[in-house]
Design a protein around this ligand. Sequence first.
Ligand SMILES: [Zn+2]
Length: 160
Amino acid sequence: MVLRQLWAPWRLEYIQGADEQEDCVFCFAPGLDDEAGLVVHRGEHAFVLLNRYPYASGHLMVAPYRHEGAFGGLGAVEALEVHNLAATGVAVLEEVMAPQGFNLGWNLGRVAGAGIVDHVHQHVVPRWAGDTNFMPVLADVKIMPEALEATRRKLAEAWP
Ligand SMILES: [Zn+2]
């Protein structure tokens, strides 16, 4: 198996700065309006948001509303809803962005790449052949917020 890692330098900067952040984005974002919080869909126990520091365009995260740091600490109802939201996220991304594949995963612990370590969340990352090349576009901080909001709106509108 060949595992090619995406090069996302802004994530390194983000992860290095994460310890200095006081607010948990997964607790903070649901209290904002959808545009400001990059919220794509609000479920009953969990919600979906766009990653502000994406590995790829359309990079979603699914998190429970409850501030829970342990993967095994999710209740059955929460875990099922996170799974179902991730599955719908895959379907919506397929419809809107036509990726050729996906990476779905959980980063547990800072060493594993987690920016927020005390509120578990699942990543849904769409993949295209040669998608490491999207970086020069998204790395432009002036373009990125606009691109994020356009993507958020498209995905929210396509959500069933
Ligand atoms: Zn939290």
